[in-house]
Structures are given as C-alpha cells and as structure tokens.
Design a protein around this ligand. Structure first.
Ligand code: DGL
Length: 278
C-alpha cells in the first residue's frame, strides 16, 4: 500500500461551515482520515476581496502540504469561487471545490434555480456561470446574504431575528418561483430548520457538500488513493480561538472536538473573530 493512501484529506473553511462537508465525509467516506482547518481569525470570508481570499487559501494549502495531505477539499464556496482556479496548479495534490459539484446537482433537479451565498460568491457569478455552462436554458438568481455567517458563528440559529433575516433574503427568490435552492455557502446548511419553515415543500434544497464528497470519492479511486485501513481521529485546527470553535461545533459533530491553535504567517490576531462573537 502506498504511503499516501493513509494520509489525511485536508478540509478547510473560514469557520464552522465546512463541518457540513466534514459530516458528509464521515457519512460517505468513513475510512478516510481528515485534517480540518477553520480560519476563524479572519472570518467572514464573504466580504473579502479576491486577492485576500487567494492569499489566505494559498497560506492554508501551503500549511496543509507541510502536513502531508493527499487531497484538499475547499469546504468553502467563497474560496472555491475566487481562488480555486488561481491556486490549484501550485500544489501537487488534487484540490476540489464545491461549486461545480453543486451546479451539476442543481441542474439535475431544476430549471429555475436560486443560489444563496456570500456577497463575494454572488458577485463572482461562479454559480450562474457553472450552471449555465451545463444547462444554458436554466434560469439562475443569486442572492448575497452577508448577515447569515455572523449569525451562525454567533450560534443564533434559533433566534427570531435570524428567521426574519432569512425571509428577507428568500422572498425575492420565492417571487421568482424557484424550483431549486442551492446552499451556495457551506455555513447555510446549518440554517436548514429555519429555511424549512419559510420555503414551500416544492422547492428542492441542494447541498453541494454531499456532491463534493462524491466527487472526492471518485478522484481518490482514480488516483488509487482510497484509504482502506487505519482511520485516524480527525485533527482540528483554527487560526482564532480553539475553545469557541470547540463549543460551537459540538452541536453538529455530536462530540467535543479537540482543537489546536494554528499559527499561519499572515494572521496577526484573532481580534476580528472575537469581535463578531461577542
Ligand atoms: N462557508 C464559506 C462559504 O461557503 C465562507 C463564509 C464566510 O466566511 O463568509 O462561502
């Protein structure tokens, strides 16, 4: 067996959004070992410029390369939209983004497609371009939702204010009679209970997390990198406060993760994440 089959898959996001991808990995590829990183000192990513995102992603992947990962899944739509093409050839392991698998799934389900995402992902048009490249007749409406990530990272999912905010973002899409809604940000799957109270049952919800893991499975098989023995416990790292991440993520993981602080070269302080969590 090749050494790299045992290596971990690197998974990263700005914060707890990528846990939706991690849960799919646990479900679909339980034999794989994972290195999870949340760039919590610098979240939210959704208001950042493309050059900042490219710099952050390059740094995270450089660290993951040093940790000897065999593949990286960008469990972050903003990174996939703004940085995947720019950095993918800089590393000698496969790097997968969530947008193409999400777009492919969306066109299999509908023709009138709403995409909720961070403002940066919406502005990039990554989903519209990917969907219409596969299905030119599909109609796509993208809504940037800047308030969702701070609300989720502050653990305010069941706060009545969150439902009000969700209504404001979803109403324009409902007026367009969408048949499909894509979670264009990995954090948003955590809001499913809120969305289900607002959306008619006829709207199909698409979670790209599930499809990127299917794509990862295929890629591992093609490259002969599938792990079949010796699964290691997930290693968790964050650039901000490990205790906050531990407490917040327990509800989605079902266990209290042991989280390390990771010092990336250009992270100067974790004050920003503390600010939004206060
Ligand atoms: N969860 C990420 C995404 O899918 C980033 C959200 C953010 O930090 O704004 O876009």
């Amino acid at each position: 067996m090749r050494e790299s089959q045992h290596s971990r898959i690197g998974v990263f996001d700005s914060g707890v959004g990528g846990l939706t991808v991690l849960r799919e990995l646990y479900r679909q590829l339980p034999k794989e070992s994972i290195l999870y990183f949340g760039d919590t000192a610098r979240l939210p990513y959704g208001d950042r410029s493309p050059s900042e995102i490219i710099q952050f992603v390059r740094e995270i992947l450089t660290w993951m390369a040093q940790e000897n990962v065999k593949m990286v899944i960008m469990a972050c739509n903003t990174s996939s939209a703004l940085a995947l093409e720019a950095i993918r050839d800089e590393f000698n392991f496969p790097v997968l983004g969530v947008i193409l698998p999400g777009a492919r799934a969306a066109v299999r389900h509908g023709k009138r497609i709403g995409v909720i995402s961070t403002p940066a992902t919406a502005a990039s048009n990554a989903y519209r371009n990917a969907i219409q490249e596969i299905s030119p007749n599909a109609e796509v409406w993208q809504v940037g939702c800047p308030k969702f990530v701070p609300l989720i990272e502050q653990n305010r999912i069941y706060d009545p204010h969150t439902k009000e905010v969700a209504r404001q973002y979803l109403n324009p899409l409902l007026e367009k009679n969408i048949d499909t809604l894509v979670y264009g940000c990995t954090h948003y799957r955590h809001l499913k209970p809120v969305f289900q109270e607002i959306l008619p049952a006829t709207v199909q919800l698409i979670d790209p997390a599930s499809y990127v893991v299917k794509a990862a499975q295929k890629e591992l098989e093609i490259l002969g990198l599938t792990n079949s023995t010796l699964t290691l416990p997930t290693r968790f790292g964050v650039s901000g406060c490990p205790e906050i991440f531990t407490q917040l993520s327990q509800q989605w993981l079902g266990f209290l993760p042991n989280v390390e602080k990771i010092y990336l070269p250009s992270v100067v302080s974790s004050s920003f994440s503390m600010e939004i969590l206060d």
